[in-house]
Design a protein around this ligand. Sequence first.
Ligand code: HAM
Length: 411
Amino acid sequence: MSSRFQVPKGTFDVLPGDAAGRDLVKRTARELFDRAGYARIETPTFEDTELFARGVGASTDIVRKEMFTFEDQGGRSITLRPEGTAPIARAYLEHGMQTLPQPVKLWYSGSFFRHERPQAGRFRQFNQIGAEAIGSDSPLVDAELIMLLDELLRTLEVPALRLKLGSLGSPDTRSEYREELRAFLRQHEGELVKDVRDRIDENPLRAFDAKDEGTRAVMAQAPTMLDRLDPGDADHFAAVRRLLDQAGVSYELDGTLVRGLDYYTRSVFAFECEELGAQSEVGGGGRYDRLIEQLGGPPTPAAGWAAGVERILMARGGSEEARPRDVFVAAAEAQRERALALVTDLRRAGLRAEVDLAGRGLKGQMKQADRLGAAHAVILDEDGGAQLRDMRSGEQREIDLASVVGELAAS
Ligand code: HAM
């Protein structure tokens, strides 16, 4: 009989067969960040709604339509975190991390929540691995972060990767640029598709995403933000590019790369996997030099990224093999209690050991040992004797129970 209940829309269960792949992603990230001197941070799953409204930006899709927001019993407006950067900026300020040597380099892994229309690779609860380096405006930070994400995705063998890189400059040059783009679009109004025409004022940058041929022809001639960077931003961008070139990280320049968060300044980047279809972005981020100030702190430059764990797993394809057991302890009826004591000793010695918990007969237990891929079975006979069986060769011999733990641990 099927259960009356199902997982909420846009969510999923991680079943035992899926766990190994997730563990691998986390383990790989932990090792990478440890070598690079990034320390782990954890923030709560929910925050004051205002943090995201101010941090992510009130006009973004995330804040306007995608947040899981509710009032708690004390009448406070609470939101399940849609992303991790604003919470970490909050934590940086709340714990006075400005007084630490800068930049403060942090990484995280956890669940995030967005009320989006579910589709392949897009969920309402999903997991991110992310990194933030707060307190330095050096282009070395941007380049190092991009190189770390590149390394993570390559170590995890994400195929067909493409890195897109752009710069958004500063909010001032960006608003001047938008004005220029609006004027350009108005000049070409007759050649634009209606949808783009209707949104010239509201969101001129959307025109770059249009599929319509006529609009695309116009946009191929349009100025991009990269053409309008002020000298400081242009130098910074040139330095980031030089560092990536020197490191042999290839990228495509994308003057129209806009990300769905308002806090970005200067560098923005996204890694796409061509094999993923519509939701092809496996990870992305950028610099956010104004965010800490917007949250009430002193001017503090920062940069970071986040990668989607589910997207990484989808791109990798396949699943991780479960690791086989080292030892299965099979026991005749009278020996079951001794069997539990023995697996406990084996586990203390560092072996992956299991015992039958289902009341199987000896034959059934040997079958189970086989299914689990155990390398050895210890068989406790009715009369108190013990046998050690090599499950691969089928070789079996009498052993002394007192020494079996040491012998197996050494093998
Ligand atoms: P984001 O681009 O919104 O950036 O999300 C980062 C990654 O999370 C995406 O590239 C994607 O792989 C994954 N992702 C986002 N939404 C979903 C979803 N609904 N379902 C599955 N995966 C998803 C941020 O969140 C920024 N906080 C990144 C950042 C850190 N920028 C600076 N520092």
